[in-house]
Design a protein around this ligand. Structure first.
Ligand SMILES: CC(C)=CCC/C(C)=C/CC/C(C)=C/CC/C(C)=C/CC/C(C)=C/CC/C(C)=C/CC/C(C)=C/COP(=O)(O)OP(=O)(O)O
Ligand SMILES: O=P(O)(O)OC[C@@H](O)CO
Ligand SMILES: [Mg+2]
Length: 231
């Protein structure tokens, strides 16, 4: 996970045909993450996992619903929304899930993500009642809390559905000393992928898969170009 530069996020609540799924899984992306804010069920998650498992790409579940925790993923990513207005999305659902699953959890498969949600119009912001009116200093402070207070391995800056402020992302990444900065939101092609990859450690491409697959696939090569430029 610490070496991932590019991840595709597939939503179990959205349709993807076999050909498109094959192109995603064979694209050269570092991993496929399964997740979404609404409409994620046990059944649609099992279905997507079994289709992805025809390929060798690492496959992780980002849990957003306790009813849709499916065995068989390589890793489980657990969002903790640091700027949630409703504490259930910081510790509440997690507490109930650990109460149910605690005895059978393989903790080495668990990756906790400190989320900061910055697009107030996104489903994730609405569900968690996120306080999105934040400036760079606020987000840097959340980053320091994530890695220093809570020892989280990942800070996820989430602009889901819109392309964010890369200056803010870059300054936050620079302030982290060990945690990885994941950036997701509005990466719809190579140009935005390059900008995001210059600011963050790992970029996540979601909606573009469903909106323009060819352009979404170009983001993988764009990351490789940024990497070569850094050598
Ligand atoms: C045997 C077995 C199965 C063992 C498994 C054990 C295991 C892994 C247990 C897990 C225990 C645990 C701590 C679970 C957490 C439970 C939980 C529900 C936590 C809350 C997560 C959370 C804060 C969700 C809020 C929403 C959110 C941040 C979702 C993340 C994904 C996201 C933002 C997607 C974007 O959504 P999208 O649908 O694309 O949005 P748009 O419509 O805007 O595009
Ligand atoms: O869907 P987009 O806007 O690409 O965002 C990706 C991801 O961060 C969503 O959780
Ligand atoms: Mg989405």
């Amino acid at each position: 996970m610490r070496r991932w530069k590019h991840v595709f996020k597939l939503d179990p609540d959205r349709d993807i045909d076999d050909m498109a799924l094959e192109r995603i899984c064979l694209s050269g992306t570092d991993a496929v993450m399964v997740g979404g804010t609404t409409g994620v069920t046990f059944d649609n998650t099992v279905d997507l996992l079994s289709r992805i498992r025809r390929f060798e790409v690492p496959c992780v579940l980002e849990i957003s619903d306790r009813e849709a925790i499916v065995p068989g993923f390589d890793l489980y990513f657990i969002p903790i929304v640091l700027n949630a207005g409703d504490p259930d999305w910081i510790v509440g659902h997690h507490h109930l899930a650990v109460k149910d699953f605690g005895p059978m959890m393989q903790w080495e498969q668990i990756v906790a993500e400190g989320y900061v949600i910055l697009n107030g119009n996104s489903s994730a912001a609405k569900v968690t009642r996120a306080r999105t009116e934040l400036d760079t200093a606020d987000v840097v402070a959340y980053g320091r809390m994530a890695e220093r207070l809570f020892r989280l391995p990942v800070l996820y800056i989430e602009y889901s559905g819109t392309f964010g402020d890369m200056e803010l992302v870059s300054r936050t990444a620079s302030s982290l000393e060990g945690a990885r900065l994941f950036y997701g939101g509005g990466i719809d092609g190579a140009d935005k992928a390059r900008q995001a990859a210059e600011a963050a450690h790992t970029i996540i491409v979601g909606n573009a898969i469903y909106e323009n697959l060819d352009r979404a696939l170009e983001t993988v090569q764009a990351i490789q170009d940024v990497e070569k430029g850094c050598l």
